[in-house]
Structure formats: structure tokens, C-alpha cells
Design a protein around this ligand. Structure first.
Ligand code: PLA
Length: 459
């Protein structure tokens, strides 16, 4: 009996996972073809010898993934036991006491939902109709002709990230030869999203370290040099990580070159209302492109402006030149969503529909948003003052004031950012970005000391 079992073990073939190189488009695209997939090649289907047959995992070839450059910072922060620690990594709003904040309008909307005793049936694939209506109106303006003419295909998404990912899948399926253009630098997950959706991408110049401002000429030149019909990813407002947005005149010129090249604008709007405190002012760029007649894509998120981080609520909107095209695009977005996650969650959608759809709650929301945006502006101002007063080197720190949104891009490089964490217990991303939404007025001085020390004493 024992020998019979041994011979079964010996003759069993094991498919074992083998590592795929990270972020390699060539590998990823090649791996689509069955015969190129290393999992189907001889080495993977090996006979297992007596010595290793029992204990070797089928997942032996699965390597350890690196921590996420943004969310991994929060994990490291949680592990630090020092009282001085400060988490300026992820962009998540905190109160002056550095506590998470649930908006009052959200609590009111949830109370309404409980009172109504709403059920938990599946939503349609495209999401909650009342949500889709108000989210498009909030973005484009309710009286915008694209809405009145039924030319917007709106699908509820899994917040900004899920909406971007669905749009990327759409690009891959319907524009297989097209490339995405992303700013340098950009929110790190944009690259992951396009990589995973197998959409090739390249970068356009955006940040100029010499001026700590926008490299406008470089941006325009790179958008011009890209193949016609590329998808140009633009941050609708409060560019992440730099906090530098084009001026209205610059947006016009960006629109000119995108038009000239037949590119398709693809906006990521993760901070509407959160950048300036005004929902309309923060939708300026998107509405300008719509006014100029572009067909375009816009991913929306309610993580920041309604503080619904964990509810995963957002949308992808595709503005089309006809309602007929809009209907077809919507049908295909639904077709892509169905095998990915079937249909979206209802809770966050109902919150947004209740808040945006009710005039009283809507007004209250705008006030709360102004409060949040105002608190961030206050710490920005205080940090600038502390830096200017304490740094005797004459360095100009005014860029801190010029940047907008929840982040400040400090210009600290990796070794300096590491020093901020190792010596000062200040957690931030390694590109030198700090989230001012995680800072209080009382911690500004400590942060200024840490930045000045890291900037001047670490090469
Ligand atoms: N787009 C941009 C430009 C973002 O900054 C973020 C979030 C998202 C989309 C997606 O957010 P959502 O999926 O929650 O809607 N960026 C955060 C968090 C705030 C993160 O990295 O996930 C950041 O710290 O950069």
C-alpha cells in the first residue's frame, strides 16, 4: 500500500507558479498567447521528485510583492510606536485632532436610509440610476447640453480607481492600438492601472524642478509628439502629487493641441470641491473641454469630497458626440463590468444620491467641504510661515503656498524622505509628497523642523 502511494506521488505532475517580471508590458502582452505563457512551458509542468514532492508549495514561484508606495506607508506608520509619529502618506482627511472625519451630511443621509428600510437587492450592472443622474450633473452642470441631449454614458464605478480601471479596459478593447499619455509625475496607481489593463503608456513632462512649477512647454511638446488619437490622462484639479494645476489660459492651449492631434482627453477627477472648496471651480477644466465639443472620459471619486473612502463610490462618464454612441458605449461598459465585479455596491451610491439630490443636504455638504478645504489651506499657510521663519538659509518656500489640494510636493528626494521617517517619525511617500490633510496646526512647527533638517543635512 505504502509503495502504491509513493508511486502515485512520483507520477503526479504539478503545475507550479513561476514568477513573471513586474511591470513588463512586453512580458504581459506576450503572456496572453497560450504558447508563450511560462505556466504552460516544460519547466512549469515538471515531475516532482521524491525529495520535494510532499513539502514544496504549488505557489513556490510566487515572489513577495513590494509594499504599495502609498498604502504601504500607512502599514509602516501603524507599526511605529513612537508618540511623535505623523502619517502624511495617504491622502485622507483628518480633523485638527488628527482623527478620521465622517461628514454630518453623510450621517444624515445614512439615517434617512435606515428610516426608509431600503433593501439589499442587486443593483443593475450600471449602478444606481439616481446616483448616475446626480453624479453626471455635479460634474458637468445640470444644464449642460451633453446631459440634456443624453450624450453621456455614466456607469457607477468602484470609486476613482475602479472607474479608471473600467475605462482602461474599455480602451484596451476598443482602441487596441492606442496609447495612454500620463503626466510625469502622476498618481502612482495610474501606471499600475494601465499596465494591468494592457494599455501601453508613456509620460508627458509636467513638473519642472527648477521652477517648482509646471513645465508647460514640455507638456505641450510631448502631447504634440505622441501618436494621433492617444488618450491623454489629465488631472481635473489638484494634480497629485505636485499640487500644480494649469491656469485657465494654459488649459485652453492644452485643449488646442489635443484637438489638433485628435487625441481623446481622459480626466481623473478625484478632488472636485476639495481643491478650492467650490464644486464648480474645480470642474472648470472638464467643463471647458466639454464646451469645446470634445468626446472625452471622466473618472470621478467621492472618497475625498464626501469622505467615503471605504465605500468605494465613483463613476466613469463618457461624453459622446451623439446619444446613440452614448447608448452603445454604455452597453459595452456594462459588458466589461459584469465579469469583473458584476454590479457595484449600493450603500455609497445611496449616500451620494441623497446628499447631492436633496437641496438642503447639498448646501450643508458644500459648507462642510469648504471647512475641510479651509483647514487644509490653514495648515498650508502655517507650514509655509514656519518654514520661512525657521530656515535661515534664504531658501524660497513660497511654492508650498502656490500648490493646491491636499498635498504638498516638498522637493525632498528619496534619501531625505527616508530621513523624515527614520529620524522624525514622519511618514510620507518617497517622492517627497506630504498630505496636508493629515497635518494639524499644532504639528506644523515639528514638520517644518524635520523638513529643514532633511533638506539641508541629507545629500
Ligand atoms: N485618482 C487620483 C489622482 C488619486 O489621487 C486617487 C487617490 C484616486 C484617483 C483614487 O481614489 P479612490 O479609488 O479612493 O477614489 N489617491 C490617494 C489614495 C488619496 C490612494 O493612493 O489610493 C493618495 O494618497 O494618493
Amino acid at each position: 500500500m505504502a509503495s502504491a502511494l509513493a508511486s502515485v506521488a512520483l507520477s503526479t505532475t504539478f503545475a507550479r507558479a513561476v514568477p513573471l517580471p513586474e511591470n513588463s508590458m512586453v512580458q504581459r502582452i506576450g503572456a496572453e498567447k497560450k504558447h508563450d505563457n511560462p505556466l504552460f512551458k516544460g519547466k512549469a509542468f515538471r515531475r516532482v521528485s521524491m525529495a520535494v514532492s510532499v513539502n514544496v508549495s504549488r505557489f513556490e514561484g510566487v515572489t513577495m510583492a513590494p509594499p504599495d508606495p502609498i498604502l504601504g506607508v500607512s502599514e509602516a506608520f501603524r507599526a511605529d510606536t513612537n508618540d511623535l509619529k505623523l502619517n502624511l502618506g495617504v491622502g485622507a482627511y483628518r480633523t485638527e485632532e488628527l482623527q478620521p472625519y465622517v461628514l454630518n451630511v453623510v450621517k444624515k443621509a445614512e439615517k434617512l436610509m435606515l428610516e426608509r428600510g431600503e433593501n439589499k437587492e442587486y443593483l443593475p450592472i450600471e449602478g444606481l440610476a439616481a446616483f448616475n443622474k446626480v453624479t453626471a450633473e455635479l460634474l458637468f452642470g445640470a444644464d449642460n447640453s451633453v446631459i440634456q441631449e443624453g450624450r453621456v454614458a455614466t456607469i457607477q464605478g468602484l470609486s476613482g480607481t475602479g472607474s479608471l480601471r473600467l475605462a482602461a479596459a474599455f480602451i484596451h478593447r476598443y482602441f487596441p492600438d492606442a496609447k495612454a499619455l500620463i503626466s510625469s509625475p502622476t498618481w502612482g496607481n495610474h501606471k499600475n492601472i494601465f499596465n494591468d489593463a494592457r494599455v501601453p503608456w508613456s509620460e508627458y513632462r509636467y513638473y519642472d524642478p527648477r521652477t517648482v512649477g509646471l513645465d508647460f512647454d514640455g507638456m505641450v511638446a510631448d502631447i504634440k509628439a505622441a501618436p494621433d488619437g492617444s488618450f491623454v490622462l489629465l488631472h481635473g484639479c489638484a494634480h497629485n502629487p505636485t499640487g500644480i494645476d494649469p491656469t485657465p489660459e494654459q488649459w485652453e492651449k492644452i485643449a488646442d493641441v489635443i484637438q489638433e492631434k485628435n487625441h481623446i482627453p481622459f480626466f481623473d477627477v478625484a478632488y472636485q470641491g476639495f481643491a478650492s472648496g467650490s464644486l464648480d471651480a474645480d470642474a472648470y477644466s472638464v467643463r471647458l473641454f466639454v464646451r469645446r465639443g470634445f468626446e472625452l472620459l471622466v473618472a470621478q471619486s467621492y472618497s475625498k469630497n464626501l469622505g467615503l473612502y471605504a465605500e468605494r463610490i465613483g463613476a466613469i462618464n463618457v461624453v459622446c458626440s451623439s446619444s446613440d454612441a452614448g447608448t452603445r458605449v454604455k452597453s459595452q461598459l456594462k459588458r466589461l463590468a459584469r465579469p469583473m465585479y458584476s454590479n457595484p455596491p449600493v450603500h455609497g451610491a445611496r449616500i451620494v444620491a441623497n446628499v447631492v439630490g436633496d437641496p438642503n443636504l447639498f448646501n450643508e455638504w458644500k459648507q462642510e467641504m469648504e471647512l475641510m478645504a479651509g483647514r487644509i489651506k490653514n495648515v498650508r499657510q502655517r507650514l509655509y510661515e514656519n518654514l520661512s521663519e525657521k530656515d535661515k538659509s534664504g531658501k524660497d518656500w513660497s511654492f508650498v503656498l502656490k500648490q493646491i489640494g491636499m498635498f504638498s510636493y516638498t522637493g525632498l528626494h528619496k534619501a531625505q524622505s527616508d530621513h523624515m521617517t527614520d529620524k522624525w517619525h514622519i511618514y510620507m511617500t518617497k517622492d517627497g509628497r506630504i498630505s496636508l490633510a493629515g497635518l494639524s496646526l499644532s504639528k506644523c512647527e515639528y514638520l517644518a523642523d524635520a523638513i529643514i533638517d532633511s533638506f539641508h543635512n541629507v545629500d
